[in-house]
Design a protein around this ligand. Sequence first.
Ligand code: ZN
Length: 356
Amino acid sequence: MIQINVLKAGSGDCIIIKDTENKKNILIDGGVAATYEFSNSKRKTEPGPLQEELQKIADAGESLDLVVLTHTDNDHIGGILRWVESPQFINHKDLIKRVWFNSYRTMAAYFNTEEKEKCLIDIQPCVGPETSSAQGNKLENYLETHDIPYQRIIKFGSGWTVGPMKLIVLSPNQQTLLTFFKKWEIENLIPDDETAGKQTDYDQAIAQLIDQDTYTPDASAPNGSSISFFLTYNNKNLLFLGDAYAEVVTESLKALGFSAKKPLKAEYVKLSHHGSTYNTNDELLSLIDCSHYIICTDGCHALPDKACLARIIAMHPRQKTLTFYFNYDTVRQAVFTEDELAEWNIRALEIDEVKL
Ligand SMILES: [Zn+2]
């Protein structure tokens, strides 16, 4: 049996996939730093959900057979950085068997470019400007110190098998990886603030959003570098889209032979970029046959966009119930009205774990 735990990871992603029979575990991202540990109101450090899950895995004598760091934005890498810097990491470092992470150093070797010293600046997480690239390098140094294998470029065409679970990478592709690498070399990649101060669109009706829909592609270079993949287990597919570009995922699915006539049947899709309207488009949706979508966010940056979910609703056959899973109940309650749920044959549920 496969169990997917969608942890409360603030504005970020942190997902654990467990194969309970074969005792295999895959961790996708670590959420923001507080997903690992946080200070309570009395300034006492408390374990976050990631630390609790890692402790359970360690106590059971199991490992993280694969850790996927989709990309270097703080809401994906923050919890992992907090973990590797904590004293417990010394006890837990043997937990990690393999890491998928397109670090600066890995990319420099891959693109045959001499490493630039300035790109290897080591900073503390959560101090000063939280630059994406510097955080990535910090983790890279830890991985090397602890002999954890990560030095392989992960892009479309890569794959891996963890027990009976088969993973096929859909993004990044050569181009988005190169764009990210070049940008990383030139400038400090400041996490995208395009959504800063943005209001939610939850007061707009689904029909209105469908009528007025316009799609603009995501232009964030770190998001373009995001690892996304589908996992096959027992002839069932799960899609984990990180913060990937819709265009890259679409191109890869087509290259794998999927089309509107022959879409990829998926049990669950973890929507890209916390349900942002910039990362899911009609063409991508036409290649996927799925009725269960997972949205990871605490509602920060006014995400998910209801416009994105409306796009999914518009593309989905109305007679089949469509389910959206939210890892924060406050978000679940905010997006749709009860009347909308009934009218459009959709369900909005809080997710903690799902079994397959
Ligand atoms: Zn993100």
